[in-house]
Design a protein around this ligand. Structure first.
Ligand SMILES: *Cc1c(COP(=O)(O)O)cnc(C)c1O
Length: 413
């Protein structure tokens, strides 16, 4: 290590500020974190290295739906760590059957293909839809088209960012994979018009999370389902952020009683303990994959399956969905009351909200910095929009307090 690098990274001064500087010094700046350094967390609260406490209103982008350090999930993870963590899929382990059966049942589907990150699950869904298109639908080789929506966020691989319309996500990373057609999100007629004999699938988020918690018009998902059935096209719902209790139902598609052909899941499936993602579908869809045609060294590992099983057990009680729906009503009331007082618009579904702050109040980043000074951690997305996604275990009183802080910040108190 050179002298200058040593100088940059060696700090004797303790505390969050020094630790933050040290962390930023030796990482690529592909993130712009708030200047907080968290040391531990429980439930909806995080504590920094100086002992300051913060209410977590982001929940790891919904990876922490069940809160930090959920006792049952931690116990499961600890016990599994001591027994077995990985076999690779070359051998079967004793956590695999339970996980796939439970998750399949939660989704009402026959088969589960476990992966690790959300982007890998999306890639899996894209590959499965293409293969289904060639082998089942009979599309000519390499001609498959998949319809996606404007404003989407499906992950960061080169294929996925190729059909993003966010310049930050996309620019500088081409050339991109062909075979994707973008239509305006929420516009059913445009989506129907884009279907051709080469269309093998539609990939949409039932609610766009990164986009700012954008909720499509009522009937949109139902319309996609009907169009896909009519035109022999697969419907893949990216429920990675919207699913698993966040919106007050198990899946965001449940609000319209819509069942997609492929559920694409991630984030909360690993409870913020390990990355766990999956594509869940029936045999006529996932059955197109044969040995050697797709895989992942860590996908479906024993630790991931143990944690994922425990997550599905929690969801199967319905308690978290109920809690999300109930607290979501309070969240909606409180946020709607802020409209006209520093907030220009809100979108709420369950315990999930996009809050458009009046640009006169400040950027989303500035609002998040002001919230941090008041002991609340939230994340801006796209300009002046704040996304709120508290852990579903947050207490009513803590959530109310957090919203008091937001009301004070946006009203300039
Ligand atoms: C976060 C997210 C992804 C990507 O998940 P990673 O685990 O970050 O790869 C994909 N789709 C949606 C809707 C997401 O919110």
């Amino acid at each position: 290590m050179t002298a200058s690098l040593t100088e940059q990274t060696e700090h004797t001064e303790p505390g969050a500020a020094a630790e933050f500087t040290r962390a930023e010094a030796r990482t690529a700046h592909n993130y712009h974190p708030l200047p907080v350094v968290v040391a531990h967390a429980e439930g909806a609260w995080m504590t920094d290295v100086d002992g300051r406490r913060y209410l977590d209103l982001l929940a790891g982008y919904s990876a922490l739906n069940f809160g930090h350090s959920h006792p049952r999930l931690l116990e499961t993870a600890h016990a599994q760590l001591d027994r077995l963590t990985l076999t690779s899929r070359a051998f079967v382990h004793d956590q695999f059957a339970d996980f796939t059966a439970k998750l399949g049942d939660l989704c009402g589907k026959e088969l589960v293909l476990p992966m690790n990150t959300g982007a890998e699950a999306v890639e899996t869904a894209l590959k499965v839809m293409r293969k289904w298109g060639y082998e089942v639908k009979g599309v000519a080789a390499d001609q498959a088209e998949i319809i996606v929506a404007s404003g989407n966020f499906h992950g960061r691989t080169t294929t996925i960012v190729g059909f993003s319309d966010d310049p930050d996500a996309r620019d500088g990373f081409g050339p991109f994979a062909p075979g994707f057609v973008t239509v305006p999100y929420g516009d059913l007629a445009a989506l129907e018009a884009a279907i051709t004999p080469r269309t093998v699938g539609v990939l949409v988020e039932p609610i766009q999370g990164e986009g700012g918690v954008v909720i499509p018009p009522a009937g949109y998902l139902t319309g996609i389902r009907e169009a896909c059935t009519r035109e022999n096209v697969l419907f893949a719902a990216d429920e990675i952020q919207a699913g698993l209790g966040r919106t007050g139902r198990t899946f965001a598609c449940d609000h319209e009683d819509v069942v997609p052909d492929l559920y694409v899941l991630g984030k909360a499936l690993g409870a913020g303990i390990v990355p766990v993602s999956a594509v869940v579908a029936d045999r006529d869809v996932l059955g197109v994959l044969k040995p050697g045609q797709h895989g992942s060294t860590f996908g479906g590992n024993a630790l991931a399956c143990a944690v994922g099983s425990a997550v599905v057990d929690l969801l199967a009680t319905g308690d978290f969905q109920r809690r999300s729906a109930e607290l979501g009503e309070m969240l909606r009331e409180r946020l709607e009351a802020m409209v006209g007082h520093g907030v220009v618009g809100v979108r709420v579904r369950g315990l999930w909200a996009g809050v458009d702050v009046d640009p006169a109040v400040g950027t989303g980043r500035e609002v998040c910095e002001a919230l941090m000074a008041r002991g609340v951690l939230a994340k801006d997305t796209h300009g002046s929009t704040i996304r709120l996604a508290p852990p579903l275990v947050v207490s009513e009183a803590d959530l109310a307090w957090g919203l008091d802080q937001l009301a004070a910040v946006v009203s300039g108190a």
